[in-house]
Design a protein around this ligand. Structure first.
Ligand SMILES: *Cc1c(COP(=O)(O)O)cnc(C)c1O
Length: 423
C-alpha cells in the first residue's frame, strides 16, 4: 500500500509519472529560486475533498448553499494572513500570482491607463507590464531598469519616469533580483505623483513574514504574493491591502476576474500560514538568506561573477560570461548532474532571452531539507565541477551520484516515504 494507491489502481500512467517526479524531487538539489517543498500537512489539506465545493462570493455572502465549513476555512486563511503580515485585509482567492496581479490592475486601472513596472530582463515579472503579457498589451506599460554600473534598481530613473508619465499604478517587486527592494523609496515616488503602489512580494513573502526582508505592508496600497515560493504553501495567490481598498480588491477578484475559489488550495494556504507563524519557520527564513550568502561566497571563491556582487535575499544571479559558458548549456549540464536551476538573462545581457548569459540559483528548497552553510559550499563545488565539465558525461554522472548521496542525508518534506531508496 502506498499513499497513491488509488491513483495507481485507476491510472497507472499518471501514477508512474508522479512517482518518478517524487523521486526526482527527493534525489536532486533543487535550486530554482521560486520552488520549495511543502509540508505533509499542506499536501494533505490541498489534496482534500474541498476540491468538490463551489463557493463563489465571500464568507457570509455566497451564491450557493452548503458553505458552513468553507466559510470557516476561508476566514481562517484571511485571519492568519492578516496576523502574519500585519495587513488590514487579505483576499486569499486569486488562483496564482499572475491573476492576483491582474486583479490589482483591474481594481485601479482601465485599459489604456499608464502603469510603471520593472522590465523583465532587469528582474521584473511578466505581469509588471512586459510586452508579451496582457499587462503590457492592455495598458500603456512603461518599464524601469537597474543601473548598468551597480546592477541595482535605478530609483532615480523610477522617479523621473513617474514624474514625466504620471502612472496610475506603480509596481515594484522582483523575480530575479538578489538585493533588498527599498519599498519606502517606491512609496515616496508613488505618493509624489499620485500613483497607487503595488508591491509584489511573490518571491520573498516567506522572508517578509519572518522579518528576513523589510515588509511593504505599511507603505503599499496593495501587496500581492504567490503562496508557493518562500511562503511554502500550495500553488496559489493572495492580495493584502489597506482597509480603504478592501471593497475594490474583493470586487476585482470576484466577480471581476474569477469564478469559484479553489477551496482545497485555500485550506493548504491556511495550514502554510499557521506554519509560517512558528519559530521554526522564522529560523528557516533566516537560514534561507544565510545559505544564499554562503552559496555566493562559495561560488565567488570558485571564480564565478555574481550580479551585484552577492545577495541579500534567497537568490543569486550568476553571470557565466567570465567562465566562457552560456547559461543554457550550463543549466542543462547541471540538470544532468542532479543540480536543477534555470538559465536567466542578466541585466544588459548581450545574449538572447532563450540563450542568455546567466543562471539563477535560490536556496528556499534546499533549506527546507535542512541543509546549511556547509552544504552550500559543497553545492558551489558541484556547480564549479559541472561548469568545467559540460561535455564530460562521466564526470556529470559522478557528480550526480554525490548529489544523490548528499540529498539522502537531508530528507525532503513531503517525501519522507522515499527515505532509504535514494540513488
Ligand atoms: C512568480 C511570480 C509571479 C507569478 O506567479 P504565478 O503563480 O507563476 O502566476 C508574479 N510576480 C512575481 C514577482 C513572481 O516572481
Amino acid at each position: 500500500m502506498n499513499h497513491l494507491n488509488a491513483v495507481q489502481a485507476t491510472d497507472p500512467a499518471v501514477f508512474d509519472l508522479i512517482t518518478r517526479e517524487e523521486k526526482r524531487q527527493a534525489t536532486s538539489i533543487r535550486l530554482i529560486a521560486s520552488e520549495n517543498y511543502v509540508s505533509q500537512a499542506v499536501l494533505q489539506a490541498s489534496g482534500s475533498v474541498l476540491t468538490n465545493k463551489y463557493s463563489e462570493g465571500y464568507a457570509g455572502r455566497r451564491y450557493y448553499e452548503g458553505q458552513e465549513e468553507i466559510d470557516g476555512i476561508e476566514r481562517l486563511a484571511i485571519e492568519r494572513a492578516c496576523a502574519l503580515f500585519g495587513a488590514d485585509h487579505a483576499n486569499v482567492q486569486p488562483y496564482s500570482g499572475s491573476p492576483a496581479n491582474l486583479a490589482v490592475y483591474n481594481a485601479f486601472c482601465v485599459p489604456g491607463d499608464t502603469v510603471l513596472g520593472m522590465g523583465l530582463p532587469h528582474g521584473g515579472h511578466l505581469t509588471h507590464g512586459w510586452k508579451v503579457s496582457v499587462t503590457g498589451k492592455w495598458f500603456n506599460a512603461l518599464q524601469y531598469s537597474v543601473r548598468k554600473d551597480t546592477e541595482l534598481i535605478d530609483y532615480d530613473e523610477v522617479a523621473a519616469l513617474a514624474k514625466e508619465h504620471k502612472p496610475k499604478l506603480l509596481i515594484c517587486g522582483t523575480t530575479a533580483y538578489p538585493r533588498i527592494v527599498d519599498f519606502d523609496r517606491f512609496a515616496q515616488i508613488a505618493r509624489d505623483v499620485g500613483a497607487a503602489l503595488l508591491c509584489d512580494i511573490a518571491h520573498i513573502s516567506g522572508l517578509v513574514a519572518a522579518g528576513a526582508h523589510p515588509s511593504p505592508i505599511s507603505v503599499a496600497d496593495v501587496v500581492s504574493t504567490t503562496t508557493h515560493k518562500t511562503l511554502r504553501g500550495p500553488r496559489g495567490g493572495m492580495l493584502m491591502c489597506k482597509e480603504e481598498h478592501k471593497k475594490a480588491i474583493d470586487r476585482s477578484v470576484f466577480p471581476g476576474l474569477q469564478g469559484g475559489p479553489h477551496n482545497h488550495t485555500t485550506a493548504g494556504v491556511a495550514v502554510a500560514l499557521a506554519e509560517a507563524a512558528t519559530p521554526a519557520f522564522h529560523a528557516y527564513a533566516h537560514q534561507v538568506v544565510a545559505n544564499a550568502k554562503a552559496l555566493a561566497t562559495g561560488l565567488e571563491e570558485a571564480g564565478f561573477r555574481l550580479v551585484t556582487g552577492g545577495t541579500d535575499n534567497h537568490l543569486l544571479l550568476v553571470d557565466l560570461t567570465p567562465r566562457g559558458v552560456p547559461g543554457k548549456p550550463a543549466a542543462q549540464a547541471l540538470n544532468k548532474a542532479g543540480v536543477v536551476c534555470n538559465y536567466n538573462s542578466i541585466p544588459y545581457d548581450p545574449r538572447k532571452p532563450f540563450d542568455p548569459s546567466g543562471i539563477r540559483l535560490g536556496t528556499p528548497a534546499v533549506t527546507s531539507r535542512g541543509m546549511g552553510e556547509e552544504e552550500m559550499r559543497a553545492i558551489a563545488r558541484f556547480i564549479d565541477r559541472v561548469v568545467k565539465n559540460l561535455d564530460n558525461d562521466g564526470e556529470l554522472e559522478t557528480v550526480r551520484r554525490e548529489v544523490a548521496e548528499l540529498c539522502a542525508a537531508f530528507p525532503a518534506p513531503g517525501l519522507e516515504h522515499l527515505q532509504g531508496d535514494a540513488g
